[in-house]
Design a protein around this ligand. Structure first.
Ligand code: GDP
Length: 298
């Protein structure tokens, strides 16, 4: 229900258009496909992924000898799901000792997402420790400290000027001493300075490897869903410098561009693991591609 509410704008933009096509055409012809294509591209699914979806749809229509456009809707839904298939997207880090590194450029909702994720895991009965290792943005530490209080979890760091790697080092010691289930590290994301970012991340990876080898490592990139295709581009750039294992896609509550989730999974083969659908602590949801597509076409 919350998922469906959070996606209202995306659903309205895609589905209203699609439905009018399915009811407005009596034959399946080039115009019919072109109109569907246009709506998917407008819905930020992107041209590459849209082309794959339409090609697959055409194949299925031919295979099943379908002539009634109304019967295409289910096939279209299946084609989109197929494009989003990234295999097993199990939330492994939730079930073992783990470290979650969260990266993303300023303003995408990174700190908020770290806070919400801490709250979500805490609600699942996990012991969570936060590391405020985004020392680049001045207020990030204070802001994360507030989130830690809100979520009721411990936080390490938060003073300006400290070195991110040394904060992670301290946070690992704290996570071990307190027998934490999950250590979530809020780290920087200076895409305009890739070399620095890469060095900083590698330093952190080395510390984790050395000090906490038993922990399962998850690297999540936070992307602002309202930026559409730019978000895809950012994900691609982060994937060049880090071993990205998942995406948190934020601000889907205020945008019609939620189709970007389809493009991300199809083009980058990286699972969207959580979506942000509001500013409060409960506004982070696990993402399930099938459910998402069903909600869009509901
Ligand atoms: P950061 O610079 O990436 O750490 O970004 P912040 O976490 O400070 O978030 C930037 C702004 O986006 C804040 O005003 C947040 O409340 C807002 N925000 C974050 N996630 C969401 C979301 O899922 N939905 C909405 N509507 N706002 C969000």
């Amino acid at each position: 229900k919350r998922l469906v509410n959070g996606l209202t704008k995306t659903r309205d933009s895609i589905v209203a258009g699609i439905d009018s096509i399915f009811s407005g055409y009596s034959n399946i012809d080039d115009d019919f496909y072109e109109e569907i294509e246009e709506i998917l591209v407008m819905g930020d699914i992107g041209i590459n992924t849209t082309t794959k979806i339409i090609d697959h749809l055409k194949e299925r229509v031919a295979e099943e000898h379908i002539t009634d456009p109304a019967e295409c809707k289910q096939l279209l839904i299946e084609s989109i799901k197929k494009q989003m298939d990234v295999g097993d997207t199990a939330y492994e880090f939730e079930n073992r000792k783990s470290v979650v590194l969260v990266i993303g450029v300023n303003g995408v909702g990174k700190t908020t997402s770290v806070g919400k994720l801490a709250g979500l895991l805490k609600d699942q009965g996990k012991k969570v420790v936060l590391a405020a290792a985004d020392t680049f943005r001045a207020a990030a530490g204070e802001q994360l400290t507030e989130w830690a209080h809100r979520a009721g979890v411990d936080i390490i760091g938060g003073q300006n000027g400290a070195d991110p790697a040394s904060i992670v080092y301290d946070a690992v010691a704290a996570a071990k001493a307190r027998n934490a289930d999950v250590l979530i590290c809020d780290t920087a994301g200076r895409l305009h300075n890739k070399k620095n970012l890469m060095e900083e991340l590698h330093k952190i990876y080395r510390i984790l490897e050395k000090e906490y080898p038993e922990a399962y490592l998850e690297t999540l990139v936070v992307l602002d869903g309202t930026t559409g295709q730019n978000a895809l581009q950012q994900a691609r750039q982060f994937a060049e410098v880090a071993n990205v294992t998942g995406i948190i896609l934020t601000k889907l509550d205020g945008t019609a561009k939620g189709g970007i989730a389809v493009a991300i999974q199809s083009e980058l083969d990286i699972p969207v693991k959580y979506i942000g659908v509001g500013e409060s602590i409960h506004d982070l949801q696990k993402f399930d591609a099938d459910q998402f597509v069903n909600a869009l076409f509901h």
